[in-house]
Design a binder for this molecule. Structure first.
Ligand SMILES: C[S@@+](CC[C@H](N)C(=O)[O-])C[C@H]1O[C@@H](n2cnc3c(N)ncnc32)[C@H](O)[C@@H]1O
Length: 191
């Protein structure tokens, strides 16, 4: 069965084109960052955020080994500070912001994304997106705090008048504790 993370890449790839500016809000080991960097190509730009130095170090190795480092900038900062790090000239021009919530795989499982900062980061993401831009969210419900964060994200999505849900895919886990994926599109009409 296709993993939800692979499904997400497959669905998102048609929303990426060479030259795009995009954001990876949770770099982790860098797999999503590489996916984004390959999608936007050498003329595009990926801004990647993570709070953990070890994550950015691991991601940096992967990104370099895939020859994606020219179009990638890794930033050790919480994603709720996105607005302070994306140049003003690129705010409102971003094609896609990707969130892969939870903890760093093979890392410290107690260091997870938190509902409060995640919701601030989603607000910021909506601000920097261009009209028709995409926010993707992969939320995990199985770890401590995961279900609460998922509920908070779901509530945030339901409150957004300027976002359309293009995809909502649940990983058919028997107790509804597996990951869930959303692909959301900013309205074409607002700037
Ligand atoms: C599930 S992992 C991301 C997986 C990653 N995208 C990949 O392809 O390997 C979640 C990451 O979010 C990071 N994180 C936690 N809180 C954060 C925050 N406030 N801002 C940015 N990243 C955060 C964690 O350090 C962790 O590396």
């Amino acid at each position: 069965m296709e993993r939800l993370v692979d499904y997400a890449h497959r669905i998102l790839s048609s929303h990426l084109k060479p030259g795009d500016t995009v954001v990876d809000a949770t770099v982790g080991n860098g797999h999503d960052t590489v996916f984004l960097a390959q999608g936007v190509g050498p003329t595009g730009k990926v801004y990647g955020f993570d709070i953990q130095e070890i994550a950015l170090e691991m991601a940096g190795f992967l990104i370099k080994s895939k020859k994606c480092h020219h179009q990638t900038e890794l930033i050790q900062k919480s994603h709720d500070k996105i607005l302070t790090k994306i140049p003003e000239s690129e705010q409102g021009q971003v094609a896609l912001v990707m969130f892969n919530l939870g903890y760093l795989p093979h890392g410290d499982k107690s260091l997870t994304t938190q509902p409060e900062t995640t919701l601030c980061a989603l607000d910021a993401a909506l601000n920097i997106l261009k009209p028709s831009g995409i926010i993707s969210i992969l939320a995990y419900r199985g770890h401590a705090g995961g279900m609460e964060e998922h509920e908070a994200v779901k509530g945030w999505i339901n409150d957004q008048a300027n976002l359309q849900i293009l995809e909502e895919k649940d990983s058919e886990h028997p107790e509804n504790r597996g990951p869930i994926f959303w692909m959301l599109q900013k309205s074409k009409l607002i700037t």
